[in-house]
Write a protein that binds this ligand. Structure first.
Ligand code: HEM
Length: 223
């Protein structure tokens, strides 16, 4: 029987969708930086850049957390794209922190330490970033193999802590109660609540009966 191989340069549909997610996902950053460097980002371009990049990081973090519930309630199965969404969250967090370090604080060590010590929201932002670092660093297939699926999954549960910390950082940063940070906090709380309920629900199912979750293992990285 003849085996037909795809033509060279052929890319599978998921690979194309993944490329589209990265390209479209990074587009807001390109637009924000272009506007900032051409002086079209308002009166305080650094602050606006920090806002835009920080909120994009949080949006992608939340989108990554929503992928499993979406599948379990009968929506599309986007698990294979979760790594891309998580890495986009991390990329935006890196850009957000870089803008703060470089454009806001001018890479001045004393200023940076002063801000960290004086402003709790900066400390919480740093904590969030430190949680995201190992998640991004272990997002490759090689790292999943090296850590083992169970350890890897345990480590990647920290993405929930990162999302909660990012919401607290947002609420503390705005120093008031506008609806935006509260909406993100409510969505994160809902997703965390759903995860807790789902873990409890599957734990009371007798272990001998395979659950839907155990039949379809999820090993796609969160970040
Ligand atoms: C070292 C770590 C971080 C630092 C120093 C930092 C710093 C800042 C600063 C200076 C602001 C602007 C506050 C203002 O309006 O005056 C801000 C806002 C924000 N940050 Fe961060 N951040 C960090 C990490 C993160 C991470 C990891 C995330 C998300 C995953 C995040 C999400 C946000 C959000 C959503 C805002 C609110 C945007 C606004 O309305 O200003 N930040 N952060």
């Amino acid at each position: 029987m003849a085996i037909s191989l795809p033509p060279s340069g052929w890319r599978s549909r998921p690979a194309l969708i993944r490329s589209a997610i990265y390209t479209l996902g990074l587009l807001p950053a390109v637009i924000s930086f272009t506007l900032a460097f051409t002086d079209r980002l308002g009166a305080d371009p650094v602050k606006t850049l920090e806002h835009d990049l920080g909120t994009m990081a949080l949006r992608f973090l939340i989108a990554g957390l929503a992928i499993t519930p979406l599948r379990k309630i009968g929506g599309p199965n986007l698990v294979r794209y979760r790594r891309a969404v998580g890495l986009l969250a991390f990329a935006y967090a890196v850009l957000h922190v870089t803008v703060w370090l470089w454009l806001d604080r001018g890479l001045d060590g004393a200023e940076i330490w002063k801000d960290l010590a004086k402003r709790p929201y900066i400390m919480v932002g740093m904590l969030t970033f430190l949680i995201l670092l190992p998640l991004a660093a272990t997002s490759t297939n090689g790292m999943i193999r090296r850590l083992g699926a169970a350890n890897w999954q345990r480590l990647h549960k920290w993405v929930y802590v990162a999302a909660v910390a990012a919401c607290i950082h947002f609420i503390l940063a705005v120093k008031a109660w506008p609806p935006e940070p509260l909406i993100y906090a409510a969505i994160t709380a809902g997703l965390l609540g759903w995860r807790t309920w789902d873990a409890w629900r599957t734990s009371i199912v007798p272990r001998s009966l395979p659950t839907a979750a155990s039949r379809t293992p999820e090993r796609a990285p969160t970040v």
